[in-house]
Design a protein around this ligand. Structure first.
Ligand code: PRP
Ligand code: ZN
Ligand code: MG
Length: 225
């Protein structure tokens, strides 16, 4: 395979999905060494290049066909899809597998002193989030209007800082909410990691490699059950 014929896979550089994504690839027999300083890691034994990027960039890279495959949380994928639909940008990809790691939920949370009955308690209030599209879809379904406070990070400190009344953020263990005097009131989206493929037509050789990886992922995940 030529250099350009190498399969490109995007994985999270650091964060909750990165270790598990790399572990899965390794147990599928893909050998590679990570150099922390480098964006790209070449596999030693297969025509595969790993692109180590921010998780939020992964769906777009796949939908634009810059990379062939990506490991990503469904929450980030669906948020990006909703965003791109509004911008008339390519917003589709194939979901190849739902994976058995990266489970989390996107939830509404409010300060402990807030008396909360239902999502309607947030009517007219300001909600901080990094997932404005998933939040809007949920609130529209419920017919509740609210005000946005868009933050890419540190969402959990927004209420205490006086920036917002509540938040809509990812919860895994709940430790972040507790440490910030917040409690979870409503789960709006449940997510796990998944493997996605670009809609781009693949060469037969690349598609064969993708199929091989998929069948190995099947064996590995079945053995884990
Ligand atoms: C999420 C979320 C919280 C934390 C919650 O961030 O934004 O900071 O995890 O986890 P906990 O309930 O176990 O405390 P994430 O790790 O996804 O990183 P990111 O927001 O930088 O992408
Ligand atoms: Zn992120
Ligand atoms: Mg975070």
């Amino acid at each position: 395979m030529s250099e350009s014929g190498r399969l490109r896979i995007a994985i999270q550089k650091s964060g909750r999905l990165s270790k598990e994504s790399m572990k899965l690839l390794k147990s599928c027999g893909v050998k590679f060494n990570i150099n922390e300083q480098r964006l790209i890691a070449h596999s030693d034994n297969m025509p595969i290049d790993l692109l180590r990027v921010r998780d939020d960039d992964i769906p777009g890279l796949v939908m634009d066909g810059v990379v062939d495959l990506g490991f990503i949380g469904e929450n980030v994928l669906e948020e990006e899809q909703l965003e791109r639909q509004q911008l008339d940008k390519p917003a589709t990809c194939q979901k190849l597998r739902q994976l058995d790691f990266g489970a989390c939920r996107l939830s509404l949370a409010v300060p402990t002193e807030f008396s909360y009955d239902s999502a309607a308690s947030l009517e007219g209030l300001r909600i901080a989030t990094s997932y404005p599209n998933l939040l809007r879809r949920y609130m529209q379904e419920k017919g509740i209007s609210y005000r946005d406070c868009m933050l890419k990070g540190s969402v959990e400190v927004a209420p205490r800082a006086g920036l917002a009344d509540g938040i809509c953020d990812l919860v895994s263990t709940g430790a972040t909410l507790e440490a910030n005097g917040l409690y979870e009131t409503e789960v709006i989206y449940r997510s796990t990691a998944c493997l996605i493929q670009s809609e781009q037509e693949q060469t037969p050789a690349k598609q064969a490699l993708i199929d091989k990886l998929l069948s190995r992922i099947n064996s590995v995940t079945q053995a884990r059950e």
